[in-house]
Ligand binder design. Structure first.
Ligand code: NAD
Ligand code: UFG
Length: 337
C-alpha cells in the first residue's frame, strides 16, 4: 500500500516524506514544482536511502492525476500539502489562489473518489481561527473570519471536506491545523528556501544572517506582549512531519471519521526571543530595526495541543534552540560550501 504525497517537494512535504520513508512506508510524490526544486526529490532519497516515484504534475491536470492512480493502484491514502501559501500574494492575486488551491483540491478529491481512495490528511492552518477573543486556539472553537484569500481557501477546503464526509461517511479525513513551522532536517540537506525576498520571519532571519539582506525589520514593538513584539507558536518542521504519521496511524486504526487537530507546541515566543535565540545559539549577528506593525498581524496566537496529545499521542519534542540551530545548519550546508 502506498501514500500519495501532494506537494512533497515542498518544505513541509519533503520533511514528511523523509519521516514516512524512514518509518518503512511506500510513497509516491506529485508536485508541479511551482514553489520547489527537483533537487529536493534527490535529497529525500539521499537522506533515507529509499526510492520512490515522483510525478511532475499539476493537481489541476485531472487527466495526468488519473494516470498516477492508474499506474499506482496501491495508493490507499493521500497527504495533501500542495497549494500556494503566501498570505500577502494571495490578497493581490485572489483568482490565482482560489483556482490553484480550490480547483486543485477538488480535482484531487474527484480523482480519489473515482479510484475509491477515501483517506486524506489535509494541511490546514491556524489562520482559520480568525481573530478570536481568546488566543489559545482550541479545536472546539468555530472557524473565524479569515483575513486573507489564502486563509479563505483553507477555510473553504475544511468546509468542503466536512460536507463530503457528511454526504458519504466512508471517507476518512484528518484536518491538521499547523501553527508556525520553522527549522529543518538535521542533515542540513532539506529546509525552507523561498525564492526572492521572504515574507516569513525565519527565512528572513536566515537571509540576514547569511548577509544576503542587510537587516531584519521587526514589525512592531508596541504590542501587549512581554517585550512588545508579536508572539507565535513556532514548531520544528520535523515534529510537524511526525504529526502526520500519527494522524495517519489514527486514520488507519479507527473507523471512518473526520478529525481536526492543532499541531503546535502550545508555547508562544516573541519575534525578539526568536532573534535573540538565533543569535546566541548560532553565535552570529542578525542586525535588526523596529518598524511599523505589519497590516493584518495579530499580537499573539498559539495552539492548545491537548487534543493531538490525547488522541494521537503526539507531542512536539524539539525546543526553540533546536529550531534556530537546524534552520541555520540548512543555510550553512546548502549555501556556504
Ligand atoms: P511549499 O510551497 O514549500 O510546498 C507546497 C508544494 O506544493 C510546493 O512544492 C509546490 O510546488 C506544490 N504545489 C503548489 N500548487 C500545486 C499544484 N497545483 N499542483 C502540484 N503541486 C503544487 O509550502 P509548505 O510550507 O511546505 O506548505 C505545505 C502546505 O501546508 C500548504 O498547503 C500550506 O498552505 C500549508 N501550511 C503551511 C504553513 C507554513 O507556514 N509553511 C502553515 C500552515 C499551513
Ligand atoms: N515578522 C517580522 N519581520 C519579518 C517577518 C515577520 O517582524 O520580516 C514577524 C511578524 O510580524 C509576525 C511574526 O514575525 O509577528 C511571524 O510572522 P510570519 O510571517 O513568519 O508568520 P505569520 O504568523 O504571520 O503567518 C503564519 C503562517 C501563515 C498563516 C498566518 C496566519 O505563515 O500560513 O500565520 O495564521 F496564514
Amino acid at each position: 500500500m502506498s501514500i500519495l504525497v501532494t506537494g512533497g517537494a515542498g518544505y513541509i512535504g519533503s520533511h514528511t516524506a523523509v519521516e514516512l520513508l524512514n518509518a518503512g512506508e511506500e510513497i509516491v510524490i506529485v508536485d508541479n514544482l511551482i514553489n520547489s526544486q527537483i533537487e529536493t526529490i534527490d535529497k529525500i532519497k539521499q537522506i533515507t536511502g529509499k526510492d520512490f516515484k515522483f510525478y511532475q504534475v499539476d493537481l489541476l491536470d485531472g487527466e495526468n492525476l488519473q494516470k498516477i492512480f492508474e499506474e499506482n493502484s496501491d495508493i490507499e491514502s493521500v497527504i495533501h500539502f500542495a497549494g500556494l501559501k503566501a498570505v500577502g500574494e494571495s490578497v493581490e492575486k485572489p483568482l490565482e489562489y482560489y483556482k490553484n488551491n480550490l480547483i486543485g483540491t477538488i480535482t484531487l478529491l474527484e480523482t480519489m473518489r473515482k479510484y475509491n481512495c477515501k483517506k486524506i490528511i489535509f494541511s490546514s492552518s491556524a489562520t482559520v481561527y480568525g481573530e478570536q477573543v481568546s488566543v489559545k486556539y482550541v479545536e472546539t472553537m468555530k472557524r473565524g473570519e479569515t483575513t486573507s484569500t489564502y486563509g479563505t481557501t483553507k477555510a473553504i477546503i475544511e468546509k468542503m471536506l466536512e460536507d463530503i464526509y457528511f454526504a458519504d461517511n466512508s471517507w476518512n479525513i484528518s484536518i491538521l491545523r499547523y501553527f508556525n513551522p520553522i527549522g529543518a532536517h538535521d542533515s542540513g540537506l532539506i529546509g525552507e528556501d523561498p525564492k526572492g525576498i521572504p515574507n516569513n520571519l525565519m527565512p528572513f532571519i536566515m537571509k540576514v544572517a547569511n548577509k544576503e539582506i542587510d537587516h531584519l525589520n521587526i514589525f512592531g514593538n508596541d504590542y501587549d506582549t512581554k517585550d512588545g513584539t508579536a508572539a507565535r507558536d513556532y514548531i520544528h518542521v520535523v515534529d510537524l512531519a511526525k504529526g502526520h504519521l500519527k494522524a495517519l496511524e489514527k486514520l488507519n486504526s479507527e473507523k471512518n471519521g473526520l478529525y481536526v487537530y492543532n499541531l503546535g507546541t502550545g508555547t508562544p515566543y516573541t519575534v525578539q526571543e526568536i532573534v535573540d535565540t538565533f543569535k546566541k545559539t548560532n553565535n552570529i549577528e542578525v542586525p535588526y530595526e523596529y518598524t511599523e506593525r505589519r497590516a493584518g498581524d495579530l499580537p499573539i496566537f498559539y495552539a492548545d495541543p491537548t487534543k493531538a496529545r490525547n488522541e494521537l499521542g503526539w507531542v512536539a519534542e524539539k525546543n526553540i534552540e533546536d529550531m534556530c540551530k537546524d534552520s541555520w545548519n540548512f543555510v550553512k550546508t546548502t549555501k556556504q560550501k
